[in-house]
Design a protein around this ligand. Sequence first.
Ligand code: SAM
Ligand code: DTB
Ligand code: SF4
Length: 326
Amino acid sequence: MDKLSDQDLRHDWPVAEVEALFALPFNDLIFRAQGVHRQRFDANEVQMSTLLSIKTGGCAEDCAYCPQAAQYQTGVEADKLMQVEKVVGAAKAAKDGGASRYCMGAAWRELKDRDVEAICDIVKGVKDLGLETCMTLGMLTEKQADALAAAGLDYYNHNIDTSPEYYGEIISTRTMQDRFDTLQHVRDAGMKVCCGGIVGLGEGRRDRAAMLATLANMAEHPESVPINMLVQVEGTPLHGTDRLDPLEFVRTIAVARILMPASMVRLSAGRETMSDELQALAFLAGANSIFCGPKLLTTANPAQPRDEALFDKLGLKPMPVQRHHA
Ligand code: SAM
Ligand code: DTB
Ligand code: SF4
């Protein structure tokens, strides 16, 4: 594989140029994305992460897609932050089951200073097992980001979710600028950034293009770009939204791959209801990371036997940890 330089990465995508990629004939788009993918990655390797909700439900935000927002009746019960030992125990079980990266999520608007010590203990405990660590805890201050980095946190996940123009339709309790501020603190603290969004929120193609342009035009591309397909949960305002055409989802993955050639593009939420054929197309379009295990944060995800069968059929292999570690 040729090692291309990061100087080849572009950060100046006009939305119209991204829309033009979306508008390519499907075969041309996928061929181009697969070509970009093969310049930097083994096209038959997929990075696997395990996800754990360490603090579930009762969230103060009003994200219209989210089953964990306190103000929607979704049947998700609010829990307290899990005990450090319990999280480390669950991480150990995941490691014994073959996981290389452990992602932990909390239904918080922002991290509170009173929780920083417990969170840092969790990071240290999981890291000591030899796992890569990722957390998503809502907004962070500069000081909190420094504390997490010092504890050994490798990645921080904080999504922009949608385009700047559509954002106000989805969330009213914090702005996109708030999110950019947190992402800057994560970068300044020296952690790697995991930042992506959701499609199927009722947005248009222009919004999908603008969301991807916003990610690609950051000073540095996020190392990891999760593309979530909305998981519709009863009780949330977006339940009943028209479903996104699956081929438009594949186009979104392909455009993300073309714009951010060196990033891990994650086929994130939504796999439970995707056919094997749709997932195969997403991998062909350049997705090279998934969440494995039967649960995301609160909703279902394919269990191990289904993913093993899919990997077998497609000849895919789990990505060794050092390949996505740089
Ligand atoms: N509370 C923190 C925050 O929002 O930053 C961290 C956890 S939050 C659940 C992480 C991400 O999960 C959201 O930014 C969103 O992109 C994704 N997500 C949440 N609910 C989803 C759903 N129903 N379908 C697809 N993605 C979802
Ligand atoms: C991300 O972009 N997707 C993951 C992870 N980051 C934390 C979460 C998906 C959550 C889907 C809805 C749920 O299970 O509650
Ligand atoms: Fe809270 Fe995160 Fe859900 Fe928004 S996405 S309601 S911040 S848990």
